[in-house]
Design a protein around this ligand. Sequence first.
Ligand code: ITT
Length: 204
Amino acid sequence: MRRKLDKSRDGTTLVIATHNQGKLREINELIEPYGFAAVSVGELGLPEPAEDGTTYIENARIKALAAATASGKPALADDSGISIDALHGAPGIFSARWAVDKKFGPAMERVEEELAWREALTEPKAHFVSALTIAWPDGHMEDFEGTVHGTLTFPPRGDHGFGYDPIFIAEGQSQTFGEIDPSIKNAMSHRADAFKQLAAVCLE
Ligand code: ITT
């Protein structure tokens, strides 16, 4: 049975199981119109579980369940990444790990180098994926996965967003996710796609 968030039972605060401030900002904007306020696992002082799943959904479930169990409240986690066709889907679930010390300048340079080495730098196709999981303290979980397709561009452009946003141009756009207004990204992104599905099932 699918489960909705019920404000009378669950309250109006949703624990967001991320330590990534960019994601937190975007998720906050997505849940706010539904009357929920976010509190992050960082603010609650909860530890980061090991993300040793082999899929986005497995990792989102690990993060959401750990946060729901530790806080006693429903928790929402996002596991996401970018897959590049010419790199056979890499970095994929390892997108965060390509950013050694959380530095995305070198991670985007690595993407460019790997594409150059394969002579695949002409409008390389890529897509972002976001898996969103809501977990309740009793262990019930609901999962959703969203995608946005586009192409990569080098050098990186724009200061908005986070992570790989400065090299990604979504289909139908001419500016990178780093350049466009954040509200436009947040209406068409992989995270927005997953959230639309989540809202249809779990929110009023
Ligand atoms: P949490 O696990 O604490 O949520 P994280 O940054 O480690 O934070 P992930 O393990 O899900 O998150 O790694 C996802 C990486 O994929 C993230 O670090 C970004 O580099 C990239 N990514 C995901 N969504 C993105 C987006 O909307 N724009 C740019 N890069 C994104």
